[in-house]
Design a protein around this ligand. Sequence first.
Ligand SMILES: [Zn+2]
Length: 575
Amino acid sequence: MSNLLCLILLFSSFIISAQNLTTIYEQSNGKQTPTYFQAIDWWKKTDAASPIVKMQAMGTTDAGHPLHLILVSQDNDFDINSIKAKRKNIILINNGIHPGEPDGIDASMLLVKDIIQKKYTLPINVVLAIIPVYNIGGTLNRSSNYRVDQNGPEEFGFRGNSQNLDLNRDFIKADSKDAIAFTQIFHYLDPDVFVDNHVSNGADYQHVMTLLTSQHNKLGGAMGEFLNKEFEPALYPLMKNKGFDLVPYVNHFSETPDAGWPEFWDSPRYSSGYATLWNTFAFVPETHMLKPYKQRVASTQALMESLIEIVSKNNAKITVLRDQTKKQQVSQTSFPIAWKWDRAKSTEINFKGFEVGKKNSEISGLPRLIYDRNKPFEKKVPFYNTYIDTLSVEKPIAYIISQGWWKVIDRLKMNKVQMRQIIDDTTIEVEAYRIENYQASSRPFEGHRPNSNVRVSKTLKKITFHRGDYYIPVNQKANRFLIETLEPQAEDSYFAWNFFDAILGQKEGFSDYVFEETATEFLKNNPEIKNKLEQRRASDSAFAKNRAAQLDFVYKNSPYYESAHLQYPVYRVVK
Ligand SMILES: [Zn+2]
């Protein structure tokens, strides 16, 4: 074939493909969102039509379908190491984690179509990485009835995935294959910026989009400062120019938002909180459910474009800040693991709301809240966006965990934690935590009954570890992830998510009538325990009258009591 013919054929195939790239959303004049298969077919066609778009499958999901990742790179370079070497920034965009909120699925298709048709310029120093549909199981479960209050599209998917899990609570516990595949994508890319596209419900107001940003005090350091003072503030005027007046995610505590609200607390179970553990700037745009679908999709596209523009402009700064933070965290000695909202500090934001009123409910006859859309208002309200840390831990030299706790080890491996297995049985003096207090959730939550209000005591102990147990040095990129998942008092630790609940139940016990004899003999030979028992009897009258409690006291103070009970099995090497 002649070169000319080749060129003509190539050129005409581009034209044909470009014509075929009209999306379901466009065909339906903004009323419909594609099914899962329609969306994937569109991306396959787009990949074939444009050399700057590459689609790949990464891992599988609970739905039995692979998770897809799309890269959009202006110089056709899809090699992540090479992209990093060129100091380009990667923006990872996640869509359809809640499939009833498909705005990002459509907005991402429109954005990439605009890029390849040269209606929008993707800067050379930014690479887009897009998960076209994350919650595939939920997307396949389509209806027009879910999200009863929402204004379009005509049909959409369901919040729960194939295991009925909310994937936006699954980033640490990783109960779904979906989360495992996401983790693989996240570490493959090490994105500079992460965007998770959503739709919010709750109060009514004029804003089409609200924006949840990684909590800046929790992100901490120079990155937290940059996020709060420069990055996030730059988004607001850009979005305003594009016709969308942003306001921080409306997280109000009173009946209506006009008294202000605290910044949303995005612990690591959430997408943006997970990203924080890896020093990635994260944004969760939330379009408002009552706004027409077309407006919502347009605002989602505008937000992604605004982010692209800010990232491109701050490319060098973002790259350097992340590099420095990662380096600094390798040698950082103290890490905060708990924070609380500071009620004394607020900033003022411009809130465009609707006046509220009351009328009687036709169902109950009782007063109900109404937002009056004919009475818009604009006023300054307080936004409480300062959190202070309330508990810090000194990092150990290493953690040691026995191989039996493989579910946790698997999750560390999936997060690219560097560890090595002990070669020979070894006795090491380590810091050991005992669980002194915790509260298990009385109701199931996402397949768990999370533990909270965890309190520990610590002692130095000689523990024998076995060949194959894992030694995890805390001198690595994963330091923050390790601290916030392995310290049992951290809010989203593996202890909190019930991975270590087996230590909370006593496995062995005694028969009263037999142990009475053993205990008598034991007290004779251990006068210090006898003393302890007598002191307790003298100070606690209920205890003094309770034979079983006293026998149990002797048991728990004797070597017969099992060491595993309440003994947290991740040990800290501190010297
Ligand atoms: Zn959502």
